[in-house]
Design a protein around this ligand. Structure first.
Ligand code: 5GP
Length: 205
């Protein structure tokens, strides 16, 4: 069925360290025309991160100018830094018929849903906070103070999970990515169903 691959807008949120990026990479292996939004951030690059690939790394001032110029579709402040979705790239990919995946904060996902009501929101939770702490420590990309700050942000984000369309506990990469693929499948069938219903109404005129 051709419409199974209908373009979708998918926001994945959840606490830092829960594994959003890893799950997304796995899911994208099964997608044809999919694109992951590259955010702008005022956070400095860490590890092997590349400008224009992982993020657009900009100064705090440049970020504020982008907001003022309406170049940012949504943004949030997370642990002292700005993170935002550049508007132009989303519009271009939507026009080109791509599915768009966004790895963003809770506030960001809810803002995207407001701007693009067809967006699907998925919340990924850790099995528990101790596990999240271990993952952040194992990742070894943040100082101990930053880990504390990200864990306190995590509690706050998890409390907002009921506002999402889907809630998954990330116990294993395999199970979670397969659950996300099931969600995409069902959402494409729903989109197909809506398209068929509209078609049958139009045909009566
Ligand atoms: P990190 O510093 O670990 O790369 O990202 C911190 C948080 O910012 C993550 O939860 C990530 O999902 C979120 N984030 C990344 N890009 C964006 C964005 O464009 N908008 C919003 N609202 N959050 C973002």
């Amino acid at each position: 069925m051709a419409l199974e691959k209908k373009p979708l807008v998918v926001c994945i949120s959840g606490p830092s360290g829960v594994g959003k990026g890893t799950v997304l990479r796995e899911v994208l292996r099964q997608e044809d025309r999919a694109w992951v939004s590259v955010s702008a951030t005022s956070r400095p690059p860490r590890g092997q991160e590349e400008n224009g690939v992982d993020y657009y790394f900009v100064s705090q001032e440049d970020f504020q100018q982008m907001i003022a110029a309406d170049q940012i579709l949504e943004y949030d402040e997370f642990c002292g830094n700005y993170y935002g979705t550049p508007r132009a790239q989303i519009e271009a990919r939507l026009d080109a018929g791509y599915s768009i995946f966004l790895d963003i904060t809770v506030k960001g996902a809810l803002a995207i849903k407001k701007a693009l009501p067809q967006a699907i929101t998925i919340f990924l939770a850790p099995p528990n906070l101790q596990e999240l702490r271990s993952r952040l420590e194992f990742r070894d990309t943040e100082s101990p103070e930053k880990i504390v700050s990200r864990l306190s942000q995590a509690r706050q984000e998890i409390s907002q999970a009921p506002q999402f369309d889907y809630f998954l506990i990330n116990e294993s990469l395999e199970e979670t990515s397969s659950a996300v693929q099931d969600i995409l499948y069902v959402e494409r069938l729903r989109a197909f169903r809506r398209a068929v219903a509209i078609q049958s109404i139009v045909e009566k005129f």
